[in-house]
Design a protein around this ligand. Structure first.
Ligand code: ATP
Length: 150
């Protein structure tokens, strides 16, 4: 089975002491964190910084040490295919490693890879995220940074 590995970040910023999380709206319909394929010879951090810049226009993020979580899922690679064709498309196993990153930048300029973005406080972001594994990731991140009070 083909395998893909990506790296991503749960990005947050603070405004008036409150945390806001950044979610992107993917073409296939889901709301998720910024992430992307790890290119050859790239470290996970390098991938994250490159993808965050490409996908959001955010130039400066600080990756918070001490947090690293994996999400795994299977999907059929069939973006742009008809429902009939998609049923026959091969399954892909995907592993995504996530870090937490803080930014001071509020302005977001999405690329053609996405159709929207939103900054939301924890409870609303939790509801908005499409997949359960990513909701659980957000909960872990929120607990982690709340504990550190950062
Ligand atoms: P990348 O941002 O890593 O380049 P991509 O945009 O090519 O990835 P994914 O976001 O991995 O694609 O989406 C591919 C398929 O997997 C879609 O059908 C999507 O609905 C599904 N998917 C995305 N995230 C998850 C998840 N956390 N759990 C389960 N399925 C997911």
């Amino acid at each position: 089975m083909p395998k893909e590995k990506s790296a991503g970040a749960v990005i947050y910023r603070k405004e008036d002491g409150k945390r806001y999380y950044l979610l992107l709206h993917y073409h296939s319909g889901h709301w998720e964190f910024p992430k992307g394929h790890i290119e050859k010879n790239e470290t996970e951090e390098e991938t994250i910084k490159r993808e965050v810049l490409e996908e959001t226009g955010i130039e400066s993020i600080k990756i918070i040490p001490g947090f690293k979580e994996y999400i795994k899922y299977f999907f059929r690679k069939g973006y742009g295919l008809s429902p009939e064709e998609k049923k026959k498309a091969p399954w892909v196993f995907k592993l995504v490693v996530f870090y937490v990153a803080k930014t001071e930048e509020k302005d977001v300029k999405i690329s053609s890879e996405h159709i929207g973005f939103v900054w939301l406080p924890f409870e609303e972001a939790f509801k908005k995220i499409t997949y359960k594994n990513s909701k659980l990731l957000l909960k872990k991140v929120n607990d982690f940074i709340s504990e550190k009070n950062i």
